[in-house]
Design a protein around this ligand. Structure first.
Ligand code: NAD
Ligand code: AHE
Ligand code: ZN
Length: 368
């Protein structure tokens, strides 16, 4: 069949909208009509050329929601008509990683996914007979996609696609980092570096679990109002204080119990670790740093009890946890609507990237 899709031809170049050929689903695969997709900073990161796994030409996008149209041989967990969220972190429930119960990082198809291919090592997309690569196993900047069955979370049918898509990455990443990865307890002090599409979800997750002080750190003062609405109690603009670490340690009487880096800046990752409390502070790296970047700190920071950790997709097991997060939204426990600042048709997708770069949007959502 044919599908309209935004193609990333090379690093740094705007996407172009093309009509692409899409092969039908093979064994264990599913054809999905994508109804809406968010634009995450990670799409921009890969498009910028800073992603060591960034391959071109590819169809980016990993924050979608849609409907199952057709299933390939052997597919049992979803059927035509089901509403789904594609998962860039699948959940096979069979690999060593899934069975360990210690991580959400299912590895059953990670190698081919990182090479822009389906698990059998081929692409379903092509243009003029030449293959176009998948991205993060999802490629939600295409109106129709073929994805492995294990990379689909079945969700309730009354959840609106234009909001549920954001649960495909940003909402789950931020809320999950608090709830699943850090397990922040009521009364904890939390510091959140970066108040964008991820950081604001960390803030609302921290508020949801009953954190005490929720300190937001950002260089964009336009983020203050929305962050306060989502639960931030204190704001720090790094450009207005002498030393961010000392400032947060002083504010919290010794340091934050938990911190989250939601920018992808290695200097901030260090600050986020060092502003946590001696003896027990835990700092979670969520932001994705460019190829070749490294983090550093004095080992004494760890010797004295701080822990440096990371969180991918909020530690969520997609097929199990994503439907629960959709319920939390539908039950009014999460506010997604106010974070979606812009909606665009596919042919204006590049404007969504521009809004993000200029710090004018929290989330832009493309509606098909
Ligand atoms: P975003 O562009 O919406 O937000 C980034 C925020 O960081 C902005 O508010 C910006 O003003 C702020 N910022 C930039 N430089 C700063 C600085 N020096 N000090 C303080 N604040 C600064 O991006 P997003 O969609 O929220 O994504 C954030 C990061 O999280 C990206 O690196 C993205 O790739 C990553 N990410 C990781 C995961 C994961 O699973 N680990 C999932 C999604 C996104
Ligand atoms: N290809 C990148 C990896 C970037 C990365 O860390 N991705 C996160 C999700 S970001 C979503 O917006 C992730 O899930 N990582 C775990 C994994 O297996 O990729 C790079 O920098 O190499
Ligand atoms: Zn993302």
């Amino acid at each position: 069949m044919k599908t309209r899709a935004a193609i990333a031809w090379k690093a740094g170049a705007p996407l172009t909208i093309e009509t692409v050929d899409l092969e039908p689903p093979r064994a264990g695969e599913v054809l999905v009509e994508v109804k809406a997709t968010g634009i995450c900073h990670t799409d921009y990161y890969t498009l910028s050329g800073a992603d060591p796994e960034g391959l071109f030409p590819a169809i980016l996008g990993h924050e979608g929601a849609g409907i199952v149209l057709e299933t390939g041989p052997g597919v049992t967990s979803v059927r035509a008509g089901d509403h789904v969220i594609p998962l860039y972190t699948p959940e096979c429930r069979q690999c060593k990683f899934c069975l360990s119960r210690k991580t959400n990082l299912c590895q059953s198809i990670r190698t081919t996914q990182g090479r822009g291919l389906m698990p059998d090592g081929t692409s379903r997309f092509s243009l003029d007979g030449k293959p176009i690569l998948h991205y993060m196993g999802t490629s939600t900047f295409s109106n129709y996609i073929v994805v492995p069955e294990i990379a689909l979370a079945k969700i309730r049918e009354d959840a609106p696609f234009d909001k549920a898509c954001y649960i495909g990455c940003g909402v789950t990443t931020g809320i999950g980092a608090v709830v699943f990865s850090a397990k922040v307890e009521p009364g904890a002090n939390v510091a959140v570096f970066g108040l964008g599409g991820i950081g604001l979800n960390v803030i609302q997750g921290a508020k949801m679990v009953g954190a005490d002080r929720i300190i937001g750190i950002d260089i964009n003062p336009k983020r203050v109002e929305i962050a306060r609405k989502f639960g931030m109690t204190d704001f720090v603009n790094p450009q207005e204080v002498d030393n961010v670490v000392d400032h947060i340690v002083q504010m919290t009487g010794g340091g934050a119990d938990y911190s989250f880096e939601c920018v992808g800046n290695t200097q901030l990752m260090r600050q986020a670790l060092e502003c946590t409390h001696k003896g027990w502070g835990q700092s979670f790296i969520i932001g994705v740093a460019a190829a070749g970047q490294e983090i550093s700190t004095r080992p004494f920071q760890l010797v004295t009890g701080r822990q440096w950790k990371g969180s991918a997709f909020g530690g969520a097991r997609g097929r199990t946890d994503v439907p629960k997060i959709v319920d939390w939204y539908m039950d009014g426990k999460l506010n997604i609507d106010d974070l979606i600042t812009h909606t665009l048709p596919l042919d204006r997708i590049n404007e969504g990237f521009d809004l993000m770069k200029r710090g004018e949007s929290i989330r832009s959502v493309v509606l098909y």
